[in-house]
Design a protein around this ligand. Structure first.
Ligand SMILES: [Zn+2]
Length: 139
């Protein structure tokens, strides 16, 4: 029996896989999380688009204070709608990075992002160091 050793040489793609920090099942888990998030955000946005409509109030049933409350609630709804839209953009960008194979790497320093961090925020595009550096700079 001749052992050539060829079967022991991993293909280039297998080498790349072992270098990547994310295991296939981890990637699958994260893509599932991202798709769920996309779905939830799209539903939230569709709902708050409706609640951001001009306030209609029955003046006899609601006093002036209630009207102010309603306007305040409306502007809060608008703010959270903007936030949801922003989050959706990040989720879509993360899904695009999955497609291109760049997912899981920091956009700033190109180092792998920890799985634990991605599990909490699968749309993360920065590693924890760059993110906290950015937050400090924003202050
Ligand atoms: Zn980084």
């Amino acid at each position: 029996m001749v052992i050539t050793g060829i079967t022991l040489i991993a293909s280039a793609s297998e080498i790349k896989k072992t270098m990547s920090t994310l295991k296939p099942e981890q990637s699958e888990h994260l893509i599932k999380l991202l798709k769920q998030r996309k779905q939830t955000l799209m539903e939230t946005i569709a709902q708050s688009d409706q609640s951001a409509q001009p306030v209609k109030l029955d003046q006899q049933a609601f006093g002036r204070v209630t009207r102010v409350d309603a306007l305040q609630q409306q502007s809060m709804a608008k703010a959270s709608l903007e936030q949801s839209k922003q989050q959706l953009r990040q989720v879509l960008m993360a899904l695009a990075r999955f497609e291109s194979g760049d997912y899981g790497y920091c956009l700033e320093c190109d180092r792998p992002i920890q799985f634990a961090r991605l599990e909490i925020r699968p749309e993360s595009s920065l590693c924890i160091d760059c993110q906290s550096g950015k937050e400090l700079a924003d202050r």
